[in-house]
Ligand binder design. Structure first.
Ligand code: KIV
Ligand code: NA
Length: 282
């Protein structure tokens, strides 16, 4: 299986084949996303919520993100790897943004970075990072790092004005050299308009079917977290598995078997005493 590159992504987009993106945060999730043949593996700052249990994406640090990035690179050998720039690591200036992006490539071993928003300073940051030789994925619509200013996790581009703004922001990101743009939580016709306006691929999440590709968060699509948990599965997500239930079942079975002295049985008790032997590994 060939490595996914910017070039192969471009080919896929030109052939009108949908691009797939799924997040991963550690070695096992990276192996699974990679093995499934997902095109882009995003080390998302959604790690803050689905891995660290925070209520939003703001608290995760660059150093924490880099740990996730490195773990993912050990498991993924084929997918194109994109690392999110976390909140607070790129907003101050273009040089701060370049420094952070360089760390995500050098220390995180990612193929590209993603940043949120399209305010003039973000457009400047995206341009500077591209000029530093680093591939940049944009992200507009619901940008969770702006939760404070947006007043919560809510859909964007629902009025004509904000929809037009969204198209303009995506065009600016394309203009400064982004290779792709994520559209999060926007009405399908608006995502369609953005996609039609751009030459680069749009990757939708909660943005309907008319994008060049689709993204979902690993834990959400697998049904990993329970409904009682505060990291609720978003409305737009389809759960392709109920992995959380399977894990619960396995853990309680284990607990029952230990309690009932069924585990460990004979086959789980392989070590015999042998005279004069030294302790080995097995
Ligand atoms: O962090 C993340 O998971 C993301 C996706 C929702 C695109 O940015
Ligand atoms: Na993100």
């Amino acid at each position: 299986n060939q490595r996914v590159t910017l070039n192969s992504l471009r080919q896929k987009h030109l052939a009108c084949e949908p691009i797939t993106m799924v997040t991963a945060y550690d070695y096992p999730s990276a192996i699974q996303v990679d093995t499934a043949g997902i095109d882009i593996c995003l080390v998302g700052d959604s790690a803050a919520m689905v891995v660290h249990g925070y209520e939003n994406t703001l608290p995760i640090t660059l150093d924490e993100m880099l740990i996730h990035c490195r773990a993912v690179t050990r498991g993924a050998t084929r997918s194109f790897l994109v690392g999110d720039l976390p909140f607070g690591s790129y907003e101050s200036s273009s040089s701060q943004a370049v420094d952070t992006a360089v760390r995500v490539l050098k220390e995180g071993n990612m193929d590209a970075i993603k940043l949120e928003g399209a305010a003039p300073s973000r457009i400047g940051a995206a341009r500077a990072i591209v000029e530093a030789g680093i591939a940049v994925m944009g992200h507009v619509g619901l940008t969770p790092q702006a939760i404070s200013a947006l007043g919560g996790f809510r859909a964007q581009g629902k009025t004509i004005n904000s929809a037009v703004k969204l198209v303009e922001m995506a065009l600016e990101l394309q203009e400064v050299g982004c290779f792709s743009v994520v559209l999060e939580c926007v009405p399908a016709p608006v995502a369609a308009a953005v996609t039609a306006a751009l030459k680069i691929p749009t990757i939708g999440i909660g943005a309907g079917p008319y994008c060049s590709g689709q993204a979902l968060v690993y834990h959400d699509l697998l049904g990993m977290l329970q409904d009682s948990h505060h990291a609720k599965v978003p409305k737009f997500c389809k759960q392709y598995g109920h992995v959380g239930e399977a894990i619960n079942k396995a853990l309680s079975e284990y607990k029952q078997e230990v309690k009932n002295k069924v585990f460990p049985g004979v086959s789980n008790t392989p070590y015999k005493i042998s005279e004069g032997d030294v302790d080995g590994f097995m």
